[in-house]
Design a protein around this ligand. Structure first.
Ligand SMILES: [Zn+2]
Length: 83
């Protein structure tokens, strides 16, 4: 990602960041997953346990950029920037 990239809305400078997924006592990078999420309801989570089903091979970490002027967020899910 080019650090000199400008905001598509206002032309402001984009700064690099990420969106932490904070749960329990830990934080992780938010990720994109190919395909549809399962359609569990909150009652299913109580009955069968927490969390969506996922395939680790289909997960790509999200890199986010924030405009320093208007706050617009621009995100990429590029495998080359994933862990
Ligand atoms: Zn902007």
């Amino acid at each position: 990602m080019n650090e000199a990239q400008k905001c598509s809305e206002c032309g402001g400078k984009l700064e690099t960041g990420f969106i932490p997924d904070i749960s329990m006592a830990a934080a992780f990078k938010t990720s994109w997953h190919r395909g549809e999420a399962d359609d569990k309801t909150i009652l299913d989570y109580v009955k069968y346990g927490p969390g969506l089903k996922y395939d680790r091979s289909k997960v790509i970490a999200i890199q986010a950029f924030r405009c320093t002027q208007c706050g617009l967020l621009k995100m990429y899910a590029n495998p080359s920037t994933s862990d």
